[in-house]
Design a binder for this molecule. Structure first.
Ligand code: HEM
Length: 193
């Protein structure tokens, strides 16, 4: 079945960035791998969600609410005694009116979360311990459905700006994962190393 046109375009325009991220995150086979992933995803999502909660969305998205996982991420970090890298710069959106592209990346990642939740489960993590944010995303079908339908009908949509914002989101995620992979202090707090 063909995907609708705006989603198809964004998917194509971010395919390389997604593949690079996927390769970087890998398949977390150990709990330490998972903690690095968790630190990276927290360093990506927490600033972006904070930014988003201060932003008004296009009126044509009415009826859709972004699915935020800030509190689940914080609980996961606490469960596993992991900390997010502190060297991630603040999230800065690029030029133009492309917030739909950013939302596409945030909501679309819930599709991949289903796979990641299964991998986390294999490490003994769950919706109640350590992988709350993944299960919350994986079980939430309504936000992606509401968003992906509405994004095709937003009036005044600027496809170049949306692609720019989507790729900025992926760049920001990549730098968050790079910081987490390079930081020893994501595995246990410094006083417990
Ligand atoms: C190891 C990490 C990841 C894996 C294995 C993964 C895997 C996947 C898979 C399998 C899908 C397709 C699901 C489907 O079509 O039913 C998907 C979709 C998607 N993922 Fe990821 N993902 C990962 C991380 C991320 C992250 C961190 C982001 C955001 C920064 C992201 C953004 C997206 C987006 C936007 C889509 C939707 C693509 C579309 O339009 O169909 N993914 N991912």
């Amino acid at each position: 079945m063909d995907l609708p046109p705006r989603r198809t375009a964004l998917k194509l325009e971010t395919a390389d960035a997604h593949a690079a991220l996927d390769a970087m995150v890998g398949s977390f086979q150990t709990l330490d791998d998972y903690k690095r992933y968790l630190a990276g995803i927290a360093a990506f999502r927490l600033p972006v969600e904070a930014w988003l909660s201060q932003t008004s969305l296009p009126a044509d998205l009415d009826g859709y609410q972004p699915h935020m996982v800030q509190s689940e991420l914080e609980a996961d970090l606490a469960d596993l005694n992991a900390v997010e890298p502190k060297d991630q710069p603040a999230f800065q959106p690029p030029e133009g009116d492309g917030v739909v592209g950013l939302l596409y990346v945030l909501e679309g990642s819930s599709l991949g979360a289903r796979l990641l939740a299964k991998r986390a489960e294999a490490l003994g993590l769950s919706a109640e311990y350590g992988a709350r944010h993944l299960f919350s995303q994986a079980r939430n079908f309504s936000s992606w459905r509401a968003f992906s339908e509405r994004m095709e009908n937003v009036r005044g949509y600027d496809d170049r700006a949306a692609a720019r914002w989507a790729n900025t989101a992926f760049d920001y995620a990549r730098s968050a994962f790079e910081s987490a992979l390079n930081a020893k202090y994501t595995i246990g707090r410094p006083d417990q190393l």
